[in-house]
Design a protein. Structure first.
Length: 734
């Protein structure tokens, strides 16, 4: 995860923690305030409503009591308004109204009693006596005037038993008498102290239920006592409706969340802008680190103003400069050792291995020219007759003659008295002129060293569809002919003895490619250098036969395919066979595939290859595409484009037969290579050659700095393998 993402997450967490803390505190404070306000308002209502109801309590069944309570409750601010009697009370009038045995309200009620399970029944003695006295007085007065007797209503109070519950039935017995008639009667009341009640739902439509469930609001019930003089007759209970508090609290919470969200988005935008500015130096440092890893040793020009980042940038610049200096020093040492390895110490001419490499490159490049085989005549006798310094000077002067015969000629010393020349891009007349000049120089040189017969020359035309060995044999045959002619003589062979004529070659190559009549074999290319020698790479080697079943030289086959534009079809077929082999055989190691320069440079082929690899993306890291160092040198820009495409599809690149003469060491970092396979001339006999040892050691150090794995090719001797393991190369083939 990137640093910017980590900072975004951290800032978000901190913001969320701060917001949640403030939000919880804010909601809690608002909730407490709303609760306090609602309870206070409910208490005020209970007090004022109690005073209003006090004048109506003479008749507790007065319908105006219920109307007054409902009128107040309809405002919506209250959950419940409830008027409760001081106890359960009833009167003589109520008994007479409820009894079936009394036909009017002029009966005298006595002996009112209930079962003890309901509780204890009592009446106010004072009030009752006073009422009786007043009743007696009024009766006497009414009798005097002949008026009707007024009803005296006695009120009874039930001290309920704990077992008596709300709405339980109560049976009351009493004696009723009138005009000498007495009856025993029984009535039933429903026990309740509630005189009037009105209840509202708690939830409001604007507040979701989850919010109510998440934030419980408990409002205490308030009360007010209603008195009749010095005696409390009823209690009024008022419960505030929490829905009002919920509605206000919900609006406040929504506003807080909306504000926090807007503030968060604004802060994130500012944070992103700020971090982009702050982290830009880190991205520059990261880019520099990647460039250093890929061998591009640049520096950060614009240093950041932040102290810590500035110090890191300066350190990275210093490290880049030091590594670049180390690589330059390694390159210089490698170039010196490479030059020493590829030239003859005495004469300064290139050695036979270089000649073979140059011949391969001529085949690849389909070049023209002549190959000259030059051998000093009777050098052994000359050495016997002269001291070593004279012989050495003779060979040095002789080499200068070969090296300076023509600017198009490259001279090589194989060993002892055997030399060779490659003359590129010349015809028979041009090579004849060069040979005549060379003969004249040899005659003059012979006079100088008192040796009439210095050397003989055999020349053979270069056959781009032949082999190095075959061309050398024809040059040697021409040399033998020259020996028979006379001193310092030369012979040129222009016959191109090919096994098949060009039309036959064309038909054969077309048939093989179109019908895919070729095999792909896999030879061990490299093994890891651990004790188990685990196989890490094999090379896909193609082999085709003619109609007689004879193997065709693959170099000749490739040359013909390139000549007639069939090489791309051939490379496609090889790639498909390799992919199928990996899938069907469940190969786990890498497979290297040789590609021609024409295929690499072809845009259509590159697109096809990328598509094919993506179709089999699971094995993409196992596909290693191989190009010779000579091929890279011929078209560097196309090769760079090819590398980029291969890495985009997660496959790999290897340069095989690596030689510093084709790819300067100071340019390796431009390619972003995965592997390098050294030419066998560098690794063969390393245990006996200190120069090769030093070259491989320096090459390995350079490769480690550039994150490239190095292979050794065709190492035969156990002593050589041991040295290569000690030097830490990634792998070797034997």
């Amino acid at each position: 995860m990137s640093l910017s993402k980590q900072l975004y997450i951290l800032i978000t967490i901190i913001f969320f923690m701060i917001f949640m803390g403030n939000f919880i505190i804010s909601v809690q404070n608002t909730k407490e305030y709303l609760v306090s306000e609602s309870v206070t308002k409910a208490q005020d209502t209970a007090t004022s409503l109690g005073l209003t109801l006090q004048g109506l309590m003479k008749n507790k069944n007065d319908s105006e009591i219920d109307s007054t309570i409902k009128a107040v409750s309809n405002r919506g601010f209250y959950k419940e308004i409830r008027l409760e009697d001081i106890g359960f009370t009833f009167s003589d009038v109520q008994l007479m109204e409820k009894s079936k045995d009394t036909d009017d309200l002029y009966w005298k009620i006595t002996n009112v009693h209930i079962d003890a399970k309901y509780g204890e029944l009592s009446s106010s003695a004072e009030d009752l006596n006073l009422a009786n006295e007043l009743s007696t007085l009024e009766n006497e007065t009414q009798d005097a005037f002949g008026e009707q007797e007024e009803i005296v209503d006695t009120v009874y109070l039930l001290a309920a038993s704990p077992n008596l519950k709300e709405n339980d039935p109560i049976s009351i017995n009493f004696t009723a008498s009138k005009e000498g008639q007495t009856v025993q009667s029984n009535v039933e009341f429903i026990y309740t102290r509630v005189l009037a009640q009105d209840t509202r739902e708690v939830k409001f439509d604007t507040v979701p239920q989850w919010f109510i469930n998440m934030i419980p609001i408990d409002l205490d019930e308030t009360q007010s006592e209603i008195s009749d003089g010095w005696k409390t007759t009823a209690t009024l209970y008022v419960s505030a409706n929490p829905g009002v508090a919920y509605e206000k609290l919900y609006e406040q919470a929504k506003g807080a969340i909306l504000y926090a969200l807007i503030a968060f988005l604004i802060s994130i935008v500012f944070t992103i802008v700020f971090l982009q500015f702050i982290l830009k130096p880190l991205r520059d440092i990261e880019k520099l680190a990647h460039k250093i890893s890929n061998g591009h040793f640049e520096t950060i020009k614009k240093l950041p103003w932040t102290k810590e980042l500035r110090s890191v940038s300066l350190a990275m610049n210093d490290m880049s400069g030091k590594i670049e200096g180390m690589i330059q020093k390694l390159n210089i040492n490698l170039e010196k050792m490479s030059e020493k390895l590829s030239t003859d110490e005495l004469t300064g001419l290139s050695i036979k291995q270089t000649f073979e490499t140059d011949m391969k490159n001529m085949f690849i490049g389909k070049e023209t020219g002549y190959i000259l085989s030059v051998k000093v005549d009777n050098l052994q006798n000359f050495a016997k007759e002269n001291d070593s310094n004279t012989v050495d000077n003779f060979l040095k002067d002789f080499s200068k003659i070969l090296n300076g015969c023509d600017k198009s000629a490259m001279a090589y010393r194989f060993f002892g008295s055997e030399f060779a020349l490659i003359v590129k891009n010349c015809n028979h007349e041009q090579v004849s002129t060069i040979i005549k000049k060379l003969q004249n120089d040899l005659d003059l040189f012979g006079e100088k060293v008192h040796k009439s017969n210095v050397a003989h020359i055999g020349a053979s035309v270069f056959n781009p569809y032949g082999t190095t060995q075959g061309i050398l044999e024809r040059a040697n045959e021409a040399f033998e002919t020259a020996k028979q002619v006379g001193p310092n003589e030369a012979c040129i062979r222009d016959d191109e003895d090919a096994a098949k004529d060009m039309q036959q070659w064309k038909e054969l190559v077309f048939d093989i490619i179109e019908h895919k009549n070729f095999n792909v074999d896999y030879v061990s290319d490299a093994c890891t250098l651990d004790a188990q020698n685990k196989l890490v790479m094999q090379e896909a080697f193609t082999q085709a036969q003619d109609k007689q079943g004879n193997n065709i030289p693959i170099g000749t086959f490739i040359s013909i395919a390139e000549k007639y534009d069939k090489i791309i079809d051939f490379d496609k077929a090889v790639v498909k066979k390799v992919i199928n082999h990996i899938l069907t055989s469940k190969i786990t190691h890498d497979i290297s595939i040789n590609l021609s320069l024409e295929s690499i440079a072809n845009i259509e082929f590159r697109h096809w290859l990328a598509h094919e690899i993506r179709l089999h993306h699971t094995i993409a890291p196992q596909l290693v595409f191989s190009v010779t160092s000579y091929g890279v040198a011929k078209n560097v820009e196309q090769f760079k484009m090819f590398i980029e495409m291969i890495h985009n599809v997660e496959s790999k690149i290897i340069i095989k037969r690596f030689e510093t003469k084709f790819i300067p060491l100071n340019t390796i970092n431009e390619f972003n290579l995965d592997y390098i396979r050294l030419a066998r001339d560098y690794t063969m006999g390393v245990s006996k050659d200190n120069t090769k040892y030093g070259f491989i050691e320096s090459m390995q150090d350079l490769a480690v700095l550039l994150n490239i794995k190095v292979f050794a090719e065709n190492v035969k001797e156990d002593s050589d393998v041991k040295i290569i393991k000690e030097l830490g190369l990634y792998g070797t083939s034997r």
